[in-house]
Write a new protein. Sequence first.
Length: 138
Amino acid sequence: MHERLRESMALARKSIDGEVEAPEGMDLLVFCRGFCSALSGHHSSEDAGLFPQILAERPDLKPVLDKLMQDHSMLEYLIGDLAAALDSGADPAELHRHLDGIGAIMESHFGYEERQLLSVLETVSPTGTPTELLGPLA
């Protein structure tokens, strides 16, 4: 899932730089909005679906899950700023600055989550569809 989100961010960056050919009539910045939507959907699915189930089986992980949800909140704030910049017609340099901020937090967050939860996911049994647990790109 994280790799797909990384690829989505790379595509958003390329769309800002005009390196992506969009179908006729499609605004290239739809890739930026798509990335934002996918990242938000991933985190809201984890918060509402996956994390409560992990917590039920592993209450000792509450501090880890709390930290991850705090990161989700911070990323939502940054995504909101990017959306506002897109709505205002910001130039490519400003859009890249927003993506740089999101990317820095996202990579730190993904690294922490992977270190803390990958082995845990092999031992817990969450129920639900991949989309319910991991978001729209799952």
